[in-house]
Design a protein around this ligand. Sequence first.
Ligand SMILES: *Cc1c(COP(=O)(O)O)cnc(C)c1O
Length: 347
Amino acid sequence: MSLAKLHVDLAQFERNIAAVQTRVTPAQLMLVVKDDAYAQGVEQIAARAVANNVNLFGSFDVPTGVRVRKTIGPGPRIFAWQTCGARAIRQALEHDIDLGVGDAAYLDRIAAIARAQQHRFRVHLKIDTGLHRNGIRIEQWPELLAQASTYQADGLIAVVGVWSHIAEASDEDDDQSRAVFDQAVLSAQARGFELEYRHLAASAASFARPEFRYDAVRIGAFCYGIRSAEGVGESELGVYPISTLKAPIVRIDGDSVVLGVGSLDGLPSTLSRLMHVESEFGTHRVRQIGLDETCLDWWTEASAGDWVTVFGGRTAASATDLAERIDTVGEELLLRVSPLIERVYAN
Ligand SMILES: *Cc1c(COP(=O)(O)O)cnc(C)c1O
């Protein structure tokens, strides 16, 4: 068991949700809870979200969607977009999960299970707008729509959405993606599909660019107070980190203070000498991050058992502040936090 603890402030999460909803309305917030809600605990996050009018969740995989459904009960919509096998498709059926489809063979697989189980799946078709990760190319789109029409006429699926994912790296590329998206939406509507959800943007584009919001925006990072690397600051966004990583001083060793957290707990050793931690007496330079301990510059008041903030909260460096120093993104710092570190929730 690790000595460090990840404190998750659910009241701050609630304020972030409110800020995000105010910003994107009338588009609906789809709260993205993949990777155990960015390592912060999908059950606690989903329960608090649903109590704050979040009625749409994005889980990436079906098993995470099932955890959300078990937490929040029937009603709110859950969207899972990972291409998956028969077993997960049946789980989606059992737990009423919408499926994202960016692959013709996957649509066949879903239809076959629908036929066998006499069920109608809600699906959101994914157009590839340039990321080339997953999604139907615009050249194949008419063919996919024809296939989907047949299945819908047979009562096996209901096409309720068209969606895509964009890079959010340059406005120009995003604009090109949006043009492809609009074309795909128009041809789906011309085919007779009544789309409930057109969704394209994640955190950054949905905040900065109203025309990317459509019916829903898929947001993880900003709801958790993780700003974009090299992007707009927290105070301008009106969202703040909900998670704080804290670790206790385990001993004083000559002229260094030793903290009970290390790279095995998820603190990247490449941050050695590149970061400071925060105690009630000030900030302290990190000398060396080891496997399960970290050495800091000494300070007068330091004593074993005192707690120190490694990142997060209102005043210490944020996950994104640290991420920028090692050329990654804030999400990465959280995702690295070991599952062995206890999550402590404040309401
Ligand atoms: C992770 C993810 C999101 C959320 O992105 P954030 O930047 O965390 O808001 C949205 N859509 C897809 C497809 C994703 O994989």
